[in-house]
Design a binder for this molecule. Structure first.
Ligand SMILES: Cc1cc2nc3c(=O)[nH]c(=O)nc-3n(C[C@H](O)[C@H](O)[C@H](O)COP(=O)(O)OP(=O)(O)OC[C@H]3O[C@@H](n4cnc5c(N)ncnc54)[C@H](O)[C@@H]3O)c2cc1C
Length: 455
């Protein structure tokens, strides 16, 4: 420990190091429940690429594991500390280095908060689409680490679609540049894409070149109430089948609606079994919403209410963004699934989840990026009750098994981390897993980067 601190101090200012155990303990885990976390030896908050290189050279020389962290809003334990590790928090590297309207790119450090970047590019008439519900807190580095999605992905895609190039500090301290800042480029293997979703296991992202789009018109939102989740899923299929391109298509089940009202007094309709939110940012959103409203009615919607204006639309989005925190308040603990299925199987996924909740006698609220087929079943339980905790874990696993059975994936956007480690092998298969392990050891032969995650 003394040798580690001495070497770190040689290349870092005093304020970049935290050693007080009470404070370092607060960096031990992200926002996922039930994921093991160790005790960090030290937390380092670098402000430059050179400082990150110094940390990685030190870690390699002394064989100390390193856990990169952004804002620790992750929901899979992917940013959890391991015993004796260096926590490398990138939040102080938070400069937007460049925004180019001509090249339609932004160049940023990893600690930039998603919403800060969105607002900065918005002022120039540009748009950075990936918008996790946690956008006011989470960082671009974390978004790249987990390949984040969000509410607008149904039209604009996920983080992977917007990362053009990266600067990465490798485990031994070397600096790697991947990708490009051009509109096109196919030179060599796509290492940029490899880093997106790698959960800090291949290198430390210290700079990112991100693609931007022209800012679309403000979106208008419609809320439709359904007598069952199956009817709402039927509407989702009709909307997509008819060729509509909503900028948002989200679902909240009855449990979620009630939880949001209880937490934030949003006045959402409590008698509904499922609430579908659909938005358009097209030149004539009202006309598109009217067409979608008819499709919702054809699927059995009992009420279809388009928002009057942008302010009312924003309130509905706020309600959706507060779904996870609201469900977290239902009982003392939650486990949040992230299963994504082909959207044609969304109804089967949600009905199957309800059957699992009944089988285990648990409350499982579902909110979903319905247009992506990405469900977030949130298992709510009392963590002081050992039997309920056991049933919660079993139901969480059955939900992932159901997702795989329906042709889906165990994680649409939150990542594998610690929480879904055992399930990754089932999804990838033996050959896939072996190759992925080979890639990991090519980048990190000593296994120092974020050990114990993914595999
Ligand atoms: C209320 C709430 C709502 C959410 N909604 C969504 C949502 O809609 N969509 C969604 O996808 N997620 C959502 N999330 C999950 C979470 O916000 C995202 O996974 C987010 O991308 C994590 O960013 P972070 O800065 O907090 O990263 P962290 O949690 O700190 O880290 C995430 C991963 O990235 C790695 N990492 C971080 N920085 C770097 C770096 N510079 N270099 C290399 N690796 C790095 C870490 O090691 C870790 O593996 C939500 C979370 C909460 C709490």
């Amino acid at each position: 420990m003394d040798a580690l601190l001495e070497r770190l101090r040689a290349g870092l200012p005093a304020e970049a190091l935290i050693t007080d155990p009470d404070v370092t303990a607060s960096y031990a885990h992200d926002m996922a429940s039930f994921c093991d976390a160790g005790t960090p030896a030290v937390v380092v908050l670098p402000r430059s690429v050179e400082e990150v290189q110094h940390v990685m050279r030190t870690a390699t020389a002394l064989r100390v594991p390193v856990v990169p962290q952004g804002a620790r809003t992750g929901l899979s334990g992917a940013a959890n500390a391991s015993d004796g590790c260096i926590v490398l928090s990138l939040v102080k590297m938070d400069r937007i280095l460049e925004i180019s309207p001509v090249d339609r790119i932004a160049v940023v450090e990893p600690g930039v908060v998603n919403a800060t970047l969105s607002r900065a590019v918005g002022e120039l008439g540009l748009y950075y689409p990936p918008d996790p519900s946690s956008w006011e807190m989470c960082t671009i580095g974390g978004n790249i680490g987990t390949a984040s999605g969000g509410l607008c992905c149904v039209k604009y895609g996920v983080t992977a679609e917007y990362v053009l190039g990266l600067e990465v500090v490798l485990a031994d301290g070397r600096l790697l540049n991947t990708g490009r800042r051009t509109a096109k480029g196919v030179a060599g293997y796509d290492l940029t894409r490899l880093f997106v979703g790698s959960e800090g296991s291949l290198g430390i992202v210290v700079k990112a070149v991100l693609a931007l789009r022209p800012r679309p018109p403000q979106q208008l939102v419609l809320a439709a109430e359904f007598p069952s989740a199956a009817a709402a899923c039927d509407a989702v299929c009709r909307i997509m089948e008819r060729g509509h391109t909503p900028s948002l298509l989200e679902l909240m089940d009855r449990t979620t609606v009630r939880a949001v009202n209880a937490m934030a007094s949003m006045g959402l309709p409590e008698s509904t079994e499922a609430l579908l939110l659909c938005a358009f940012d097209t030149p004539d959103p009202a006309a598109d919403l009217a067409a979608v409203g008819e499709l919702c009615k054809a699927s059995g919607a009992t009420e279809v209410v388009p928002a009057d204006d942008v302010a009312e639309s924003e309130l509905l989005l706020q309600a959706r963004r507060s779904a996870l925190p609201a469900l977290e308040a239902v009982k003392s603990a939650t486990m949040i699934d992230d299963v994504c299925v082909p959207r044609s199987r969304l109804g089967a996924m949600i009905e199957g989840t309800a059957a699992i909740a009944e089988k285990f006698g648990l409350t499982i609220g579902v909110c979903a990026h319905a247009g992506d087929g990405n469900t977030h079943p949130v298992v709510c339980f009392d963590h002081t009750d050992p039997d309920e905790s056991r049933r919660a874990r079993a139901s969480f696993d059955e939900i992932m098994a159901l997702g795989l059975e329906l042709g889906g994936t165990i994680t649409g956007e939150h990542g594998v981390g610690v929480l879904k480690k055992e399930w990754l092998a089932r999804e990838l298969g033996e050959v896939g897993l072996e190759l992925q392990r080979g890639i990991k050891s090519a980048f990190d032969p000593l296994g120092l980067l974020n050990p114990g995650k993914l595999f």
